[in-house]
Write a protein that binds this ligand. Structure first.
Ligand code: ZN
Length: 137
């Protein structure tokens, strides 16, 4: 999977990127199709995982810590009024590149970006779902 992965190519320096941060385990660089200016992707450098379902706990923790640092930097450098941190996992959740990546997206007052629509649970549904999730943990 790593040979054709564009993020692995960025890690190996085979593709250019606008790097904003790098340490032993993670890399952060600008998304070339930003939702807003400063939209940054944070990835683990390990070339073995595709998403949240196979990333190691160590790589996940390192990646989320880098995302936290980037969020602070976006607030300071880009004067963001807020930040969305999100991750798409697998095709039907919108994942395009099969390498774990966290989006850190600066938000600005009046930026016009919408929020996801919320729904309501039917009577008893929330409790049933809670039980299913609890038993899977
Ligand atoms: Zn990769």
């Amino acid at each position: 999977m790593a040979d054709n992965c564009v993020f692995c190519k960025i890690i190996r320096g085979e593709l250019p990127s606008f790097k904003v941060y790098e340490d032993d385990k993670t890399l952060a660089f600008l998304d070339i199709h930003p939702i807003s200016a400063g939209h940054t992707l944070v990835i683990p450098k390990a070339e073995t995982a595709r998403n949240i379902f196979d990333v190691t706990p160590e790589d996940w923790m390192a990646t989320t810590e880098t995302a936290r640092k980037v969020a602070h930097a976006l607030e300071k450098a880009m004067h963001a009024d807020g930040v969305n941190i999100m991750m798409n996992n697998r095709e039907h959740a919108g994942q395009v590149v099969d390498h774990p990546h966290i989006h850190v997206i600066p938000r600005y007052k009046g930026d016009g970006l919408g929020q996801w629509q919320h729904k309501a649970y039917k009577e008893g549904e929330a409790n049933s779902i809670k039980e299913k999730i609890r038993s899977a943990l």
